[in-house]
Design a binder for this molecule. Structure first.
Ligand code: SAJ
Length: 424
């Protein structure tokens, strides 16, 4: 099948990069979003997402006329739904955006069109939720139009590279839909394209992120055990990982973002009695900020009256995304334990996070601090020189929650150095 026009619904972390890459390959793309602030920014050539290479690409495809930004869905050969699927307070998938996006396609759906759902969704969403909505058009899925689920699997920070190079799974509601999906993504995907059915593709996506969540949970649990036995967890992991079939991930502040800490719940929700391990891993990872807050309090002899310079609010290193950030959760716990915390996030200097006092300059955080906590291993923080920091703060302690700093260098600069499960 040939595709010359495409409408991408949702101009977020996934939709915008995809729309831009398709446009750069000569497809006429309309990028649609309901958020007028995002649309106005994009129309003015400003990407609202910090991702290497994206701003330049957006400017280029807008200028070439291949990408048009709109608040309306338009007719096209293919539609991609790339809207958020968060969970609600009961940890159940909130599919309102997927439902609204599907409904918005109905008036524009024509015979021969292809619709792709990319948003991470609970098993059977494509067949049981999206299909009946699209069929309100009077057209029949599989007969009159094609429908597939194709999960995005790109890593924030490497999106433009991974969306081209990663293997791509396309789950059709029937074989022709999967094949049409392959024809669409072949426009730029260089990785292997694997065809399957829609529900398998939905489950594959959830299994990938759940697998990672459980692996991070065991790393976090090991860090707590190492702390109890006064073992340096980083040394222990590096030795264990010499085993040819062991690959322990990194313990840290916890798991955040909008994927790995959300997606496992979609499996729990679908069959709670069958997913005890997934639920347990979630609670270990969700509990990691509290473990660290207690650990930090112990190191400095209580937090009441202490001022902390806290470095990093993003959900992981080298991204500006602060959604569901475990570092932000740790800040809130330190505050509720009595500390004054001045948080510094160079990649998002004004994140406006509830309950968090953020400063724009590192110096403002450091000047009155008793303790410096490293919460996110951004490259800019790794590059800090302890001797230079010594001149900017009277802080007695340094606490590295993410194993990014060299203990000896900080001690040589006159700090008392502690970290997550570093031997005392
Ligand atoms: N983290 C650790 N220790 C580790 C690795 C990660 O504590 O060893 C933490 C991070 O700091 C962060 C969280 O886990 O808070 C998640 O970060 P991540 O880099 O593991 O993953 P995401 O959320 O940026 O992207 C994941 C990826 N999924 C997998 O690697 C299986 C990505 O490929 C998916 O496309 C993405 O979720 C998504 O959108 O679903």
């Amino acid at each position: 099948m040939k595709f010359s026009t495409l409408c991408v619904i949702g101009m977020g972390y996934i939709g915008l990069p995809y729309a831009s890459v398709f446009a750069s390959k000569g497809v006429r793309v309309t990028g649609m979003d309901t958020n007028t602030a995002i649309i106005e920014g994009l129309q003015a050539g400003k990407s609202h997402i910090v991702e290497p290479g994206l701003q330049e690409l957006v400017v280029k495809v807008l200028a070439s006329g291949h990408l048009t930004i709109s608040t309306e869905v338009v007719s096209a050969d293919a539609f991609i739904i790339a809207v958020p699927t968060p969970f609600d307070t009961d940890k159940r998938a909130d599919l309102r955006a997927v439902i609204a996006a599907s409904q918005s396609i109905v008036p524009h759906l024509r015979r021969g069109n292809l619709v792709i759902l990319e948003s991470t969704s609970p098993p059977r969403t494509t067949t049981d939720v999206v299909t009946p909505i699209l069929e309100k058009s009077g057209l029949k899925a599989g007969e009159d139009f094609l429908l597939a689920y194709s999960p995005e699997r790109v890593l924030p920070g490497r999106i433009l590279q991974e969306l081209v190079e990663n293997p791509r799974v396309i789950g059709g509601i029937d074989r022709s839909s999967a094949e049409a999906g392959r024809d669409l993504y072949q426009i730029f995907v260089q990785g292997e394209i694997i065809l399957t059915d829609a529900t398998t593709a939905e489950m594959v996506k959830l299994m990938e992120n759940t697998f990672r969540d459980i692996n991070i949970a065991i790393a976090n649990e090991f860090s707590r055990l190492a702390d109890a036995f006064n073992v340096d967890i980083w040394e222990a992991i590096s030795i264990a990982n010499l085993h040819p079939r062991v690959q322990i991930l990194r313990p840290g502040v916890g798991v955040g973002g909008h994927c790995i800490d959300v997606d496992p719940w979609f499996l729990v929700e679908a069959a709670p009695e069958r997913a005890p391990l997934i639920r347990a891993a979630r609670s270990v990872n969700d509990g990691q900020p509290a473990f660290l807050a207690e650990n930090i309090a112990r190191v400095v002899g209580g937090l009441e009256g202490k001022t902390i310079a806290f470095l990093g609010l993003a959900f992981k290193p080298n991204v500006d995304d602060v959604r569901e950030s475990p570092a932000a959760e740790l800040v809130r716990l330190l505050v509720s334990a009595g500390a004054r915390v001045l948080a510094y996030e160079p990649l998002k200097p004004a994140a406006n996070l509830q309950g968090i006092e953020q400063v724009e300059h590192l110096e403002d955080a450091l000047s009155g601090a008793h303790l410096v906590v490293l919460g996110v291993a951004h490259e800019v923080f790794k590059a800090l020189d302890p001797a230079e920091l010594r001149l900017k703060t009277k802080a007695e302690w340094v606490y590295d929650a993410v194993n990014a700093w060299d203990k000896h260098a900080w001690e040589a600069a006159g700090f008392k150095f502690h970290g997550l499960a570093r031997r005392n």
